[in-house]
Design a protein around this ligand. Structure first.
Ligand code: HEC
Ligand code: HEC
Length: 465
């Protein structure tokens, strides 16, 4: 198997297409480490560190294993934090006139099997993918569900039966996977009986059947090779335009330090699920501690101090958390019940140290899918609970489409918060176009009352992850 050093030029490879796209994404800033892939992003540079060595383009991750020309790389690209961004998708649309394999009507278009016979029709048909980088996840209401769908207000008039739901979701990054506690936004690839590595192998096969429309299963060897590849990847912002290198002066930003970050299921859990019995420490992020008290007062150090202040806000700013299904009034496996309202922090939910996801499976409803936040480009489903007749409107029933449980409507996992700057927009439905909009969401949802300075600091920190 030929390993190609993507940053050591020249790149001469047979898999020309992929190598070309990767090479194009590599910044020419003098970086020569073949284990790292660097790309400029809107606020600096994002890097991927591969613990297995140079990126192996012969890995099945880059292979056309289905029937529609797609590979994992169609939707998971290093320059975009191993997901896709609307800007990059638009570029592919223009270049290919909307014929690149990402533009397929099984799940790339707003409606299944959309009319894509002209460039103009393709632009309309793929508007969610082009505008927000969203893929359509179609799931049938599970047998025995506690609810039925009464009606749907569908902006695309797809004409699907009321037993099937179309949910428009961001591809999750296929990197930093060693920190996962649940696979997929709704945890559907995870089960209590399996390990995350087993879940990822099944996910790879399901992605090949679904997104790539394969007629055959992956061989166990292919699935293992994909999992070995993707779990070797660590991606983080490495340079910030204002603060410079995120490893300077003792800071531990960037992907190499991330690859050494300890993780196990339950680490730093806030409700007592840490298997070591260690108490929760709200200071889940420590990357920029050394930047809190700098000596100098130049532009760089001022930017660094803002990042450190943002980290402090993320770790310690008190937030009244109430009405979050899956947390408030939830009883966990150790018998702990969380009160109706608690004073927490961002790290109550983003608790995994320096990774920022939730270290145990904890699907939460933070209100993103409520009717009040619905935008005109999303469908609105009215669900009715069979036992009581009560109804709820939601743009995406989330975990409820897997468990069939009424209590799970609108629940999603908290994703890993690294390499954010490279991969806007945010949240499962891409509803926050920028990190400022993420913070604005939390402002309104939890009445944070952050000052202008605090908001700017928090964004500076998120951008540096
Ligand atoms: C057409 C686009 C597309 C293709 C092709 C694709 N994915 Fe994805 N991927 C997604 C979307 C969308 C999600 C999130 C869906 C959800 O959670 O409902 C996702 C989620 C994932 C996740 C979950 C990460 C997490 O945090 O839970 C992994 C891992 C992943 N994909 C790997 C792969 C692999 C491996 C392949 C190739 C076999 C692949 N993907 C092909 C769009 C794609
Ligand atoms: C009550 C739990 C909770 C709290 C508190 C919380 N989050 Fe989140 N966060 C989540 C969940 C759940 C998601 C995923 C929601 C979705 O997309 O459906 C999320 C998503 C995010 C994302 C988007 C990540 C991505 O990949 O799209 C960012 C950024 C984020 N949170 C930052 C913050 C910040 C900053 C704070 C504090 C001001 C905070 N969170 C407080 C639960 C929480």
């Amino acid at each position: 198997m030929l390993k190609r050093h993507l940053l050591g030029l020249p790149i001469v490879v047979s898999t020309g297409a992929v190598a070309g796209m990767l090479a194009a994404s590599v910044s020419t800033s003098g970086e020569t480490d073949p284990h790292q892939l660097a790309s400029d992003d809107p606020t600096g540079q994002v890097r991927t560190f591969n613990v297995n060595g140079a990126l192996d383009l012969d890995n099945p991750f880059f292979k056309d294993l289905g029937t529609n020309g797609r590979t994992c790389f169609s939707c998971h690209r290093p320059a975009q934090g191993w997901t896709i961004t609307p800007v990059s998708v638009e570029g592919r649309f223009v270049e290919s006139q909307g014929l690149d394999p990402i533009f397929r009507t099984n799940d790339g278009s707003n409606c299944e099997g959309a009319d894509v016979s002209t460039v103009g029709k393709r632009r309309d048909a793929f508007s969610q993918l082009l505008n927000r980088g969203l893929i359509r996840i179609g799931i049938d209401v599970p047998a025995g569900a506690e609810f039925v769908i009464d009606s749907v207000d569908d902006p695309y008039n797809c004409g699907a039966p009321l037993t099937a739901v179309s949910m428009y979701r961001r591809p999750l990054p296929s990197t930093n996977l060693r920190f996962l506690s649940a696979v997929m936004w709704d945890g559907r690839e995870s089960s209590p009986a399996t390990t995350t590595l087993q879940d990822l192998a099944k996910q790879a096969d399901d992605a090949t059947q679904g997104h790539a429309q394969a007629s055959l299963h992956l061989t166990p060897q292919e699935a293992q090779a994909i999992v070995a590849f993707e779990t070797g990847l660590f991606t983080a912002q490495a340079r910030d335009d204002r603060g410079g290198s995120l490893r300077a002066d003792g800071a531990t930003g960037g992907p190499v330090a991330l690859s050494q970050q300890p993780f196990f299921i339950g680490i730093n859990d806030p409700v007592g699920l840490n298997p070591t019995g260690a108490p929760f420490d709200p200071n889940a992020f420590t990357l920029f501690n050394p930047w809190a008290q700098p000596d100098e007062d130049d532009e760089f150090t001022r930017a660094r101090r803002a990042i450190a202040r943002g980290q402090q806000i993320f770790n310690t700013k008190p937030i009244v958390i109430s009405g979050v299904a899956g947390l408030n009034k939830q009883t966990f496996s150790n018998g702990v019940t969380v009160p109706e309202a608690i004073i927490g922090t961002c790290t109550t939910c983003h608790d995994a140290p320096n990774a920022g996801d939730h270290s145990v499976k904890a699907p939460l409803n933070i209100g993103l899918t409520d009717a009040s936040r619905r935008t005109a480009d999303l469908p609105l489903y009215t669900l009715r609970r069979i036992s009581s007749g009560e109804t709820v409107q939601t743009t995406d029933p989330g975990r409820a489409m897997i468990t069939g449980k009424w209590a799970d409507v609108g629940k999603f996992k908290g994703p890993i918060l690294r390499a954010l700057a490279a991969r806007a927009p945010y949240f499962h439905n891409g509803s926050a176009a920028t990190l400022d909009e993420v913070v604005a969401f939390y402002e309104t949802r939890f009445n944070l009352h952050l000052s202008v300075q605090e908001k700017a600091d928090l964004v500076a920190f998120l951008r540096a992850l």
